[in-house]
Design a binder for this molecule. Sequence first.
Ligand code: SF4
Length: 290
Amino acid sequence: MRYEGDIYRPPSEAYSYILQVTIGCAHNKCTFCGSFKAKKFRMRHLDEIFEDLRMARRYYRKVGRIFLADGDALVCKNSFLLAILKEIEDLFPECERVTIYGRAKDILRKTDEELLELKAHNLKMIYMGVESGNPEILRRINKGETREEMIAAVRKSEGLGIPTSLTFLSGIGGREMWRENAIDTGTIISEMEPSYASFLTLMIVPGTPLHEQYMRGEFELLRPDEVLKEAELMLENINLKKTCVFRSNHASNYVSLKGDLPQDKEAMIQSLRVAQQHSEWWKDERYRRL
Ligand code: SF4
């Protein structure tokens, strides 16, 4: 398979065929993110993408899932995405689902009809990095999207029957704003009602603006017990009526946690309280990964 640069995909797409439809991230300005700093954003040519698909067809006997990379492929116009989805349908009739990274603005820019067209051609999930529910933190990390936009986008997608899988970053408010990060992230999840939500834990990536702030002493990382305390407060502030699959078992997390909200909320809060007292349960820094 042909790939340009490093490839990033959600953990749940570990067994998917990854198809690069764009190179890089059209935003590429989040202060903590180093994923696409080496790439200048562009859409790939359809011919090239189709060639990749034909290569994959020759190589793999069965392809159950396909993930469209890179950073926010949903930014592409619908005719482009539809052409790819239709080619996938022709070449991989066995494919159960196609998923994609998207930003709130990508979802809001598309009409309901456009999103439904993508859904009709097997787009089954949109992954979105929300990071925090706090407006000031979103501004500081240069997310380029507001709390309101992200709530509206998730509600729109979920309302049209396209599930969303959202990631949030424990510790992204630093020591100064951990409490705001916890409470506002809990309430944004309550307002969004996503199908899936996961907490990752911030790791500072050299070469990013956040790393520079950290080196200048302008940003303080939370200790592992503080990260767990923050997650506890986030969970306390999540009040959902419909089921949301919750995961905090990424390689960056100090303690692994999973359950369904709201059913398992109290049990997960209790686990976090106990884990704060047991440093021997925390993942060693050497084994944390992004
Ligand atoms: S976090 Fe997502 S939106 Fe922000 S720069 Fe990285 S890939 Fe782009």
